[in-house]
Design a protein around this ligand. Structure first.
Ligand code: HEC
Ligand code: HEC
Ligand code: HEC
Ligand code: HEC
Ligand code: HEC
Length: 501
């Protein structure tokens, strides 16, 4: 048998193409096996090497095989000899003569082809698996995906693979995604991509299909308490509280109605927006119980065709939760959050004010930003409260590190991502969010607008107050489940720790 392979190797290296082909096939296979073994042993985790292992090597392997075939084809063409003559020239008579199960030559070729197919199937399986992993999507094109990767890893969805939201199910979606991926690699190589990557993402997998695997509208019921602490820019960074009771019901089967009414199975809300950007609505339709649609027209956008049917979008999860995973903070909120968590020590004089000041400066790149944030905060204390530099040295160092971290998370110079580059559609404080539709300009034929009533979406228990539950007893009791007293006591306990800060 061994002799047969030597003969075979001589046979296929018929000319320079055959020889290059044969050495490509052998060498890529050996290197692949070594890389794969080290990956298996945990010595290799790098995404670039993954790209090499799973994309470049299989390509070279197949190229090698094709070269061998091409070599034979070319040899036959140049010499004008028939296949039979070439075979008898390269191989021994006895190898060619057919036995009961075909000749030795046919068996060898068959066996080798089988082995090649098994190798290729194995490699492509591993490659698909690898490319579906979040670390590949997030790190293979590092500078481009770094913002998404950073925000993803700190989100509630850090354990959900990128493809679960970005690639649909079935072969069609897979091919679609791989073609898209191929285009992404090309646009990356030739620097053709936009910075920042534009949203909305048009080929995001249908949100209803993805998100509802884990969250489904019937589970949306009742109210959620949302407590927001805001720290002033005064000497003590004094806290004030905003407490909202979010109405999140879907209204299904007699449950309360709230924000998820839009995505209840029984309802449909659709809209057309300028340039399909989903920011400025031309009209909004609501399906009525008889199946017809009631339309709200935007009276400020009379110049646009209100009859258009292209780029119509049905409201789904991502219309509100567009930042469910890639969450960018506002500088104000980012600092408040770190103080609330105790990462930045509020007892440091003017720390909120100084942190915000350091974050809001314009810096040309990350490195300068890191240095400048440090000097900005340190110099402030050096100039105004020099004694603190020694008595509170630890707190100052920590605060600086935390502020630098906020900057690194949210600002990505290479992708032109700065504060507010990606608006968040949930809420209405920093962006128009819900008020894209809930505003006085969208009116139906009877002249009614989509409601902007402050208690439509949430009851307000406090807005920037000292007492987080200032208005608890003012809200109509039918929007409280259980007795107000019980709820008050529960809230007091729940937020005791927060209030103490
Ligand atoms: C839980 C679902 C989910 C997961 C998991 C997820 N994404 Fe996203 N992604 C989204 C949504 C939603 C958007 C915003 C769509 C929009 O605004 O139109 C988005 C947008 C993006 C964008 C466009 C830029 C932006 O921020 O809007 C990129 C690029 C992206 N995701 C890459 C990734 C990568 C890489 C991973 C894995 C590391 C990942 N995504 C994981 C849901 C997800
Ligand atoms: C594979 C399961 C899975 C998928 C798919 C998924 N999520 Fe989640 N989601 C979770 C988990 C787990 C949490 C965390 C729950 C918690 O912290 O209580 C979560 C939390 C959330 C939260 C609450 C975040 C917060 O701050 O409390 C929102 C909003 C959300 N998901 C929206 C979405 C949207 C929109 C999609 C589709 C683009 C989606 N999810 C897809 C599992 C999933
Ligand atoms: C019209 C806007 C809107 C749409 C559409 C929407 N949501 Fe929400 N969702 C909200 C609001 C508002 C909240 C409450 C946020 C808060 O607590 O601050 C919320 C809260 C959530 C939460 C957290 C619930 C909890 O128990 O705390 C999850 C999970 C969630 N949504 C998932 C989804 C999914 C999945 C879809 C699509 C089927 C969806 N949402 C569609 C507005 C929306
Ligand atoms: C694409 C447009 C659109 C967006 C964006 C939108 N809404 Fe709505 N919303 C509507 C329409 C239309 C209605 C129903 C008006 C009517 O009664 O005819 C509605 C109704 C509601 C209702 C009342 C449901 C009921 O009947 O009890 C709530 C609560 C609500 N929206 C919350 C929100 C929240 C919270 C957001 C932002 C996170 C939001 N909406 C964003 C279009 C929108
Ligand atoms: C269409 C639904 C809707 C309407 C109408 C609405 N809100 Fe809100 N509001 C929200 C949502 C959603 C949030 C975001 C909660 C979160 O951050 O998750 C919010 C957040 C807030 C916050 C906290 C913001 C912060 O970060 O400090 C305040 C304060 C507030 N709303 C006040 C009001 C007032 C006052 C009105 C009446 C003019 C109003 N809202 C009308 C949906 C609505």
């Amino acid at each position: 048998m061994k002799r047969m392979y030597m003969v075979f190797l001589r046979g296929i290296s018929i000319n320079v193409f055959g020889r290059i082909g044969a050495s490509l096939v052998t060498s890529t296979l050996i290197i692949f096996l070594i890389l794969e073994l080290s990956r298996f042993l945990g010595a290799l985790t790098n995404a670039y090497l993954g790209l090499l292992t799973y994309l470049i090597f299989p390509t070279l392997f197949v190229l090698g095989l094709l070269l061998i075939l091409f070599g034979w084809h070319r040899h036959a063409k140049l010499t004008g000899k028939s296949l039979k003559t070439i075979l008898t020239e390269r191989f021994n008579e006895e190898d060619i003569i057919a036995g009961s199960l075909g000749s030795r030559l046919v068996k060898t070729v068959g066996l080798l082809t089988l082995i090649n197919l098994v190798i290729l199937a194995g490699v492509s399986g591993r490659a698909l698996h690898f490319m579906d992993s979040a670390s590949f999507c997030g790190t293979a094109c590092h500078s481009v995906m770094n913002p998404e990767w950073t925000t993803y890893r700190q989100s509630p969805h850090a354990r959900v693979r990128c493809v679960e939201c970005h690639v649909g199910e079935g072969a069609g979606a897979l091919i679609d995604a791989k073609l898209n991926g191929a285009w992404q690699i090309i646009s990356l190589s030739f620097n053709l991509y936009e910075r920042p990557i534009p949203t909305p993402v048009h080929n995001l997998r249908p949100a209803r299909e993805t998100c509802e695997k884990c969250h489904w509208p019937r589970m949306f019921l009742g109210n959620r308490i949302r407590s927001i602490i805001h720290y002033d820019c005064d000497r003590a960074s004094s806290p004030s509280y905003t407490t909202l009771m979010m109405k999140i019901g879907s209204g299904e089967e007699g449950l309360e109605r709230g924000s998820h009414w839009h995505v209840s199975e029984r309802n449909e809300v659709r809209y057309a927006s300028i340039d399909d950007m989903r920011e400025r609505m031309i009209w909004v339709d609501v399906r009525q119980s008889d199946g017809s649609f009631k339309r709200y027209h935007n009276r400020r956008l009379q110049n646009y065709s209100h009859d258009r049917t292209e780029n119509v979008h049905i409201v789904d999860c991502v219309d509100c939760h567009n930042r469910a995973t890639h969450i960018y903070e506002s500088p104000e909120h980012a600092v408040d959050e770190r103080i609330r968590k105790g990462l930045i020590d509020r007892s440091l004089i003017f720390i909120k004010d100084r942190s915000l000041g350091a974050l809001l400066n314009n810096y040309p790149d990350q490195e300068i930003a890191m240095k400048s944030i440090d000097t900005h905060i340190r110099n402030y204390y050096r100039k105004n409260y020099p004694e603190l530099l020694s008595t509170e040295a630890g707190q100052i160092d920590t605060a600086i590190a935390v502020v630098q971290d906020i900057y690194r998370r949210n600002i990505h110079h290479r992708m032109n991502i700065t504060w507010g580059s990606y608006p968040d559609h949930l809420g209405h404080r920093n962006n128009r969010g819900c008020f894209r539709c809930h505003n006085p300009n969208l009116i139906d034929d009877a002249g009614n607008s989509i409601s902007m009533d402050c208690t439509l979406c949430h009851s307000i228990l406090a807005i920037n107050e000292d007492d987080p539950f200032k208005y608890l007893f003012d809200i109509p009791s039918d929007s409280l489940t259980g007795s107000s007293h019980e709820i008050h006591r529960y809230l007091q306990e729940e937020f005791e720790e927060v209030i103490k800060k």
